[in-house]
Ligand binder design. Structure first.
Ligand code: ATP
Ligand code: MG
Length: 561
């Protein structure tokens, strides 16, 4: 969809309104804030496209900020993967930031809050604190430590920082209001003790700031003007603002948190925690397994960055959570690959065809266009000989008039080649057809300009010459879960819905031009679908992944509704 054709979404309306009220355009700044506790998934693509898309639209810088406040779950590997994925999607961040860059500043501000009587060290167990939290309809109970003196608080907080205390013995809490309607405002925890090495600060710290305390202040330090997060943080906005109020200098930009709906994709899970479970339990072969809804999995599957961006643009930004059908994502893969993927021939379920009137031991090389829809795509040569493979499904001994493929006594054109006629077939002892004997019309060669070459026959089949064919491993993928929304069942775990047939491995027979295909090259196997070269390929054996079939099921769903 062109920029001009699209009306503003509600997030853009918020920005336009701020600009209308005098906020300077050059003050706009955004960020994408992943926690490096896993690989990015298709849900993150929405947030990436939103934030970086706004950056492009308004000519504003966008930071990549790692929200790295939980050393127990975060790793360098994830930081690297996230950077790779954002770049691969085609976006460039202004600066790379880490919440951990701000640990000292956050600590200093926390000390300031203690000095102002706005924070205190609580030395109760987490169970005790949970009991005092109250319920949405019942106010909470104040901690017996709530009125500790500033001096005592400062000393304890210092002790927490210097490692005097074991985990779980003390926390720092903001002193807000145990009667607050919004339970998040009932003296939220700002710091907890964690004797864990951090992937960046190592053992410099053994207290770590909580999300709410960190996020808004990080936005403020970076002078982010608009901080977009998903709806589950709507209730946190009040706390985000409270924390900002404690440190905000009126001459500086005050970041604004606004929320949009999380995007869920059907037949998968978009949660790093759940995806990690799939990896750890060996359900898939790593974060970039082509069955995964991760950006790296989609990339390995053969998706293009454009198709993912177009998908995100089409679903847009919403105010309510909803489930997007995975076939819409597949539609976008097909749509873009149709433009860019060269056409080749491969047979995945072979049936031998012998051309009985083809000169024995001969071969010839036929001209084949790489992409009939793209004049610049050029052409290649493919070998033809007297022994070919076609798909098993493309032959029947007998069939009605609607079967436009090969049947005994019938004719088809071999793509880029000749018209053949099926004369007879051979079966094994179980009655399975193992070979079809055909004759060919030597004058019917495609593109030769003869009368015979222009003769119309109903069907066109893809094929490969047996002698020249490359044998490759072909991995056919299906949905990872049998249920459209596997993690929303009360009585069942999402793991109960794993599709055991989500990957099928077969041998395919490929035209020899694919010998030089490189990892991540994407092609269309004509009449079969889009495929790409998997990194498991080596000089001995190539491995192809099926990205998506050719059939446009999404368009059909659309037509019906
Ligand atoms: P997960 O549960 O998968 O870890 P998260 O929200 O905790 O998701 P973060 O790394 O904190 O993951 O997310 C970075 C940004 O991406 C946040 O602004 C978050 O709101 C956004 N985001 C995450 N998942 C989705 C989703 N499914 N749809 C839209 N935005 C998302
Ligand atoms: Mg998270």
């Amino acid at each position: 969809m062109g920029e001009a054709a699209r009306s503003l979404n509600f997030i853009e309306h918020i920005i336009e309104e701020d600009l209308g009220n005098g906020f300077p355009k050059q003050g706009l700044r955004f960020r994408f804030p992943p926690e490096p506790n896993g690989y990015l998934h298709i849900g993150h693509a929405s947030s990436i496209c939103l934030n970086f898309g706004l950056g492009e639209r308004y000519g504003a810088p966008v930071n990549l900020r790692f929200d790295d406040t939980n050393p127990a779950k975060e790793e360098r590997e994830y930081v690297d993967a996230i950077k790779r994925d954002v770049e691969w999607l085609g976006y460039r961040w202004d600066t790379e930031r880490y919440a951990s860059d701000y640990f000292q500043q956050l600590y200093d501000w926390a000390v300031q809050l203690i000095e102002e009587g706005k924070a205190y060290v609580d030395s109760q167990s987490s169970e005790e604190m949970a009991e005092q939290k109250g319920t949405p309809t019942q106010s909470g109970t104040e901690s017996p430590f709530r009125n500790r003196s500033v001096a005592e608080n400062l000393e304890l907080f210092e002790g927490m920082k210097t490692g005097k205390f074991p985990e779980g013995t003390h926390v720092l809490r903001a002193k807000i209001d145990m009667q607050a309607k919004n339970m998040l405002m009932r003296d939220p925890i700002m710091y907890r003790i964690l004797h864990r090495a951090h992937h960046r600060t190592n053992t410099d710290w053994c207290i770590y700031p909580m999300y709410d305390w960190t996020h808004g202040e990080s936005d403020y330090i970076e002078q982010v003007s608009h901080s977009f997060c998903t709806l589950e943080f709507a209730m946190h906005r009040e706390l985000y603002d409270w924390f900002l109020n404690q440190v905000h200098d009126p001459d500086k930009v005050r970041p604004k948190q606004r929320e949009f709906a999380r995007r869920n994709l059907s037949h998968t899970v978009v949660s790093k925690r759940k995806l990690l479970q799939l990896v750890e339990q060996g359900v898939v072969n790593g974060w970039d397994d082509p069955r995964m809804p991760t950006i790296s999995g989609l990339r390995r599957r053969g998706y293009t960055p454009e198709s993912i961006r177009n998908f995100a643009e089409t679903i847009g930004i919403a105010k309510r959570d909803n489930l997007i059908d995975v076939s819409l994502l597949e539609f976008h893969a097909r749509e873009h690959l149709n433009k860019v993927a060269p056409r080749v021939m491969a047979v995945l379920n072979p049936l031998k065809v012998v051309i009985t009137n083809y000169p024995e031991g001969e071969e010839e090389w036929l001209e084949a266009e790489n992409n009939p829809g793209d004049d610049t795509a050029g052409s290649r040569k493919i070998p033809f000989s007297g022994e070919l493979y076609i798909e098993k499904d493309d032959f029947r001994e007998e069939a009605n008039r609607k079967f436009f493929r090969l049947k005994l006594g019938g004719e088809v054109r071999l793509k880029n080649g000749f018209i053949i006629k099926a004369e007879s077939c051979t079966k094994d002892t179980d009655g399975n057809i193992v070979e079809v004997q055909c004759t060919y019309d030597p004058k019917s060669k495609s593109g030769s300009g003869t009368e015979e070459s222009l003769r119309k026959v109903k069907g066109t089949l893809h094929w490969v010459s047996i002698e020249h064919a490359l044998e490759a491993e072909v991995r056919l993928y299906d949905r990872l879960f049998t249920d459209e929304s596997p993690d929303t069942h009360k009585d069942k775990d999402f793991m109960d819905f794993i599709n055991p047939n989500a990957m099928e491995v077969i041998t395919g027979y490929l035209e020899p031009s694919l010998k030089n295909a490189k990892i991540e090259d994407r092609v269309q196997f004509q009449r079969l679908g889009y495929f790409c070269v998997d990194p498991d390929s080596n000089s001995e054996k190539q491995v192809f992944n099926r990205t998506v079939g050719l059939r446009d099921t999404w368009a059909k769903i659309q037509e019906k509704s």
